[in-house]
Design a protein around this ligand. Structure first.
Ligand code: RTP
Ligand code: MG
Length: 140
């Protein structure tokens, strides 16, 4: 198993409900370590750039509006198989489909307001980490 890094975002529905600590506990309990973290409030351009892959999807406009509706907490997580492990602890995109014990099952509101983002591949993790953090902000 490889030691990896992945990008995690605690989304506006979760910062609004003041449950960032509960979410971070689940990540840490899964064996992931927070090695960079910041709280930011994205402008439209930030959200559009980050979710560019989804720009043709019907939910894109709503997604950008939602991701700019409040503060988010962006993190770099490190650990064995961090990308897959994080996706596992997040659960399926929609809370109704997510397995028991996952973050989205426990905290997600609906398919859009699903509390967390996690990179879906090692390659995308690298891109997303570079987009969100400078080298010196990451302390492994
Ligand atoms: P994420 O990228 O945020 O980790 O989530 P994901 O891979 O599980 O889902 P993805 O298909 O990449 O979708 C990105 C985010 O867009 C919102 N979404 N809304 N209204 C809808 O049908 C819909 N579908 C997706 C969610 O916030 C989802 O996480
Ligand atoms: Mg995705």
């Amino acid at each position: 198993m490889a030691n990896e890094r992945t990008l995690s975002i605690i989304k506006p529905d979760a910062t609004e409900r003041n449950i960032t600590g509960k979410i971070i506990s689940k990540l840490e309990d899964a064996g992931l370590r927070v090695i960079a973290q910041k709280r930011v409030w994205w402008k439209k351009k930030d959200a559009k750039d980050f979710y560019e892959v989804h720009k043709e999807r019907p939910f894109f406009k709503d997604l950008v509006a939602y991701m700019t509706s409040g503060p988010i907490v962006i993190q770099v997580l490190e650990g064995e198989d961090a990308v897959a492990k994080n996706r596992q602890v997040m659960g399926a995109t929609s809370p109704v489909d997510a397995e028991d014990g996952t973050i989205r099952k426990e905290f997600g509101v609906n398919i859009e307001r699903n509390s967390v983002h996690g990179s879906d591949s090692v390659e995308n993790a690298k891109k997303e980490i570079d987009m969100c953090f400078s080298k010196k902000e990451i302390v492994g």
